[in-house]
Design a protein around this ligand. Sequence first.
Ligand code: MLC
Ligand code: AMP
Length: 493
Amino acid sequence: MMIQNAFPKIAQNNKKIAIVDSTGAHTYHRVDARINLFAAGILGNKRDIQEERVAFLIPASQDYVTVLIGIWRAGGIAVPLNIASAEDELHHYLSSIGVTRLIANYEDHGKLYRLCGELGIQLLTVDDVLAERCNELPSLCQERSALILFTSGTTSKPKGVLTTHKAIRAQILTLLDAWRWSVEDVIPLFLPLHHVHGIINVLCCALWSGATVHMMPKLDLENICSKVISDTFSLFMAVPTIYVKLIEHLENQNIDLAQAIGDGFGRMRLNVSGSAACPVNVFNQWKGKTGQILLERYGMTEVGMAISNCYVGERRAGFVGQALPGVTVGLFDENDMPVTAEKIPGEIRMKGDNLFKEYWNNPKATQEAFKDGWFCSGDIAVIEDGYFRIMGRSSIDIIKSGGYKLSALEIEGVLLTHENIVEVAVIGLPDDTWGEVVVACVCLRAGTQLEYVDLKNWCIDKMSSYKIPKRIKVLDSLPRNAMGKVTKSSLKG
Ligand code: MLC
Ligand code: AMP
């Protein structure tokens, strides 16, 4: 019997605990064997499922890992979806990339039957797929496609970012080295598992290095803090909003408990922040409460992590650091000329094995995202004393809220289907907790009214909760320039 594992590898450290979830602790041996049974089941009579897109809606658990890596080992493209997606969003994800099978827990099947029926997708549970034994798995080359994650951009619908095994491997290996991952590490995972932060930085790095990952289906600060006090974790990775929430949480505890939690974080070997700018006051407050100097890094769905502060050496507040090994990072001006001088802003562009392959079935968007072989991020930065500082984005239509990248145009598209709304402009406004919050400026059909609470309730069926506007401004007309284009910057004032 020959079993050939596809990338990324799971450390072959058999008795060690790989995953702790709500069902218990699972050793590497058990996790690895279950992945193989899943891969065998997905293969059925085939030798290789040849990049079939298999989607899944599974909360953080051993099952999630079984499905993700099982699809990889069978030669498929894994498509982890947001478990909080509204039906219209799921329709777009599933149909735009030609998903053939969807794996979800049985209790979620009720709300998926109709959609899967309409799209001709087979709806299965993990148990439906698990085979009784695993004989042979395909041998895969690294250039094979592995993963599709959806990202919002300056078009109305999210695009599928297609990544190869080789890119995933490069994204993982650079972090294992830069942040000194080891078999001794233990990390909590409460981040959503349809984005690189949770999937690559936490889950895949932990499993590749033989560490232990505590998979939690939601962010539960009480539970996390009690484990922090008892020194369960050596590493912690989160978006800035979560550090803001933790700081608030500490401020709401009695002095002794707050001290114990702060000391617990202080004893970890590393706390990392990323996915959105970490405000300098959050960096300083975290240092004051825990003694930890946050390591801030910069990344993107299309590239994994690209820029990071040092593990050993200076971690500078308000800066994202230097290019990670294996990633080439440059700044470019509006004429596509490299910016070499310090303190001159330019767009961040990147090259390296870590880069994605293409936007699924969208050669135009793929072509537009690259210039002279560089991937263009749309983020503007400067270099000061050798470190990158992110200044913002080139498009006003990209909003970062709670670490999620949101397209103002996508949200506008949904709001325009509301019967009382005739015109809409969505903007992101600064917010201490969320980084930015979504605000909708709307013009109403003559003679109609719209209360915020009614709009919110209407949105709940149509969008994930973090896309729902937190405020509406009702205007008689939207401000426009001489060309008739809505000037969103004037709405921000
Ligand atoms: C939720 N709420 C928001 C919101 N999201 N309000 C304003 N802005 C937002 N963005 C509201 C809900 O509507 C609800 O309100 C209340 O907050 C609680 O919702 P929740 O979903 O239960 O919130 P919570 O569990 O606290 O989630 C917050 C969070 C989550 C920070 C844990 O947003 C999160 O996990 N973010 C991480 C995203 C991430 O991993 N991004 C990485 C992308 S990859 P009400 O009124 O209904 O109570 C990437 C590359 C890289 O960026 O570099 O890493
Ligand atoms: P996503 O497409 O969801 O992967 O989000 C990627 C975007 O998040 C980047 O293009 C940046 O705009 C933003 N981002 C990630 N990390 C940071 C950071 N440390 N500081 C500022 N912005 C960041």
